[in-house]
Ligand binder design. Structure first.
Ligand code: FEO
Ligand code: CA
Ligand code: CA
Ligand code: CA
Length: 600
């Protein structure tokens, strides 16, 4: 067993020279792709970047987007004014984000505010939640959209009162479009038409379309629901989506809308990809049901050879799946492409092994009347399939993965990489998910057959297995040979390519720095060369944070990185303001002191 594992680890390294030929961008690069000196792991309560770089705060939870807002209140008094104010400031738990150009020195940032930490947000540490507290929370999640402008010193600042500034919360009116619009399972007491819904939440990662809109992805929506009836009988679909009496104990059921016993269809209206036009602050966000309902991580958009819009998406839960949507209409760069995501086909990935750490795959359509998706299996129409996409995907034999998080396309749009963050519940292994009780996570990549993203075939291999070679030098837990005691980490999550072909990896892992995680320190960000497999640590975050969310300015000389929930579970963090201040989720802006391209 040990010898086989050793051989497998070696062969994973060989794969770099296998079917993945260098992209044209990389082939033209004369200098080494990664130019900075790796930093050490850290347990300090600060953001550390390599020598020659600096990281500064752009915005933190509670910072005003409008001049009439009051700045962050350390007394944490919750009253009507505080609830209204939460709608005028940057939301909590910054996550996926995207940059939208305005002009040379100005841009719009659209940023997800995934959830909140009641233990930090309230004086009672979330132990004595009132309806007012819930309302405050509902205004603290969703999406923040704001203009930023470059100062004379080259740093960016938030432009207060910009006409683009906007908060989208768990109470913002939005439209439901696509095949599940007006479906019976989407109708509630408040919305008998099944076509209008209030709010978005658990906005994890995101996507950006070539036509200039933002895709925000709803992930762990089940956390916020609960049931006032402790004996509520959850059906198999509700159970598969994680709904329960207590949820994650957020007590949003104090608001009847989030009480399943009183509003059993409301959870069906969450778990979607929502499209927002950041350039039009009066636009109505639209839930695009053709892309399926699950716990969406991000939405990576590419254009197929013949012009179809293809959206790759992961469902982040143990043993859930990877999906893609292919539009019916073709993308036209000279048109608004407004509702192009309303019609198309949703597919789910089935992976087959062909050798050590590699294989082929097939995209199977989740279409009514095909592949067993009919009344015999409980599906009466396409809406049923999209609302309960997980159930449909299981019926067609999709491959259960180790928690698919972000998917990133390389700059040529040829290869897709996906972070499989960890899966301590895995018992059966395969070449694509090769470790039982996978505590460290891995990154897998694929390329579509014939370079055509609309094709149903693909080839895949494993790019890296994270691991701890210090602790477990003799089995697969040591990771692939590009992981060593200097650069080790666990639980890759955020993932994005820059236009030069560097692969940026962010972690949401265990930060105990003990036992299995000894030597890894706080959550961090790394940079990989996809051709050689080399991985270097670029950033370390403060105490008990997750690093998530990444965007660049147009010339890649400023990088924006999200520092989510420093000090969660009341860990000892006062990031970013120090002293005795409340730890606050923050976006930092990173520049190279010589003004060069980040990572070069
Ligand atoms: Fe919100 Fe799967 O991370
Ligand atoms: Ca994530
Ligand atoms: Ca995660
Ligand atoms: Ca998180």
């Amino acid at each position: 067993m040990e010898r086989r594992n050793f051989l497998k680890v070696s062969s994973a390294v060989l794969a770099y020279a296998g079917f993945f030929s260098p992209s044209s961008v990389l082939a033209n690069e004369k200098k080494p792709l990664i130019g900075f000196k790796q930093i050490a792991p850290s347990t300090s309560d600060s953001v550390i970047v390599p020598k020659g770089y600096e990281a500064k705060k752009l915005i933190s939870w509670g910072d005003p987007l409008f001049s009439k807002a009051t700045p962050f209140d350390e007394s944490k008094t919750i009253n009507e004014a505080a609830i209204a104010n939460a709608n005028l400031v940057f939301g909590d738990n910054t996550d996926g984000m995207a940059w939208f150009d305005l002009d040379e020195d100005r841009a719009i940032l659209a940023v997800n505010n995934e959830y909140m930490n009641p233990e930090i947000m309230f004086n009672h540490n979330g132990k004595n939640m009132s309806l007012d507290d819930v309302k405050y929370e509902q205004n603290s999640v969703g999406v923040s959209i704001f203009e930023i402008a470059k100062n004379s010193d080259g740093d960016y600042s938030v432009v207060l009162d910009s006409p683009y500034n906007r908060r989208i919360t768990a109470n913002t009116k939005m439209e439901i479009q696509g095949p599940a619009r007006a479906h019976n399972l989407m109708k509630t007491k408040a919305d008998k038409s099944g076509s209008e819904v209030y709010g978005t939440m658990n906005n994890c990662a995101s996507g950006k379309t070539p036509w200039g809109t933002y895709l925000t992805c709803e992930e762990n929506f089940d956390d916020f629901f609960g049931s006032s009836d402790e004996n509520y009988a959850f059906n198999p679909a509700q159970k598969r989506y994680g709904l329960s009496v207590k949820g994650e104990n957020y007590e949003w059921k104090l608001d009847e809308r989030f009480d399943i016993a009183k509003n059993e269809n409301e959870p069906n209206r969450f778990g979607w990809v929502v499209e927002i036009d950041p350039y039009n602050p009066n636009s109505t966000p639209i839930k695009r049901t053709a892309l399926g309902r699950f716990k969406h991580e991000n939405a990576e958009v590419v254009i197929a050879k013949n012009g179809e819009v293809v959206v790759y998406m992961g469902d982040d839960e143990v043993n859930e799946f990877i999906y893609k949507f292919v539009s019916k209409a073709k993308y036209n760069p000279n048109k608004p492409n407004k509702d192009i995501l309303n019609e198309g086909t949703l597919y789910v990935a089935k992976l087959k092994d062909t050798g050590d750490f590699k294989g082929i795959g097939e995209w199977v359509a989740l279409e009514y009347g095909k592949n067993g998706l009919d009344s015999k299996n409980g599906f009466r129409n396409q809406g049923d399939i999209l609302i309960n996409a997980r159930l449909a995907a299981s019926i067609v034999g999709a491959t259960p993965m180790d928690r698919p998080e972000w998917i990133a396309a390389d700059p040529d749009g040829k290869y897709l990489y996906v972070t499989l963050t960890n899966n301590t519940k895995r018992t059966e292994v395969s070449e694509s998910n090769p470790r039982a009780k996978n505590i460290y996570g891995h990154i897998l990549r694929w390329t579509p057959k014939g370079g055509n993203h609309a094709d149903s075939g693909f080839k895949w291999d494993i790019f890296l297995l994270a691991g701890n070679p210090l602790k477990y030098p003799n089995d697969l837990r040591k990771g692939t040979s590009n992981i060593n005691i200097e650069n080790m980490f666990n639980s890759p999550d955020g993932l994005k390519f820059d236009k030069f072909g560097r692969l940026w990896i962010q972690t949401d892992g265990k930060y105990s720095n003990k036992g299995d995680y000894e030597g890894m320190g706080n959550n961090q960000m790394l940079c990989a060369n996809p051709i050689t497999g080399e991985v270097r640590r670029f950033l370390t975050g403060p105490v008990a944070c997750e690093i998530t969310g990444i965007a660049f300015n147009e010339d890649y000389t400023t990088m924006f990185v999200g520092i989510q929930h420093p000090g969660e579970n009341l860990a000892n963090s006062h990031y970013p303001n120090g002293g005795n201040s409340t730890p606050r989720s923050t976006i930092v802006q990173i520049r190279k002191k010589d003004g060069g391209v980040i990572g070069s």
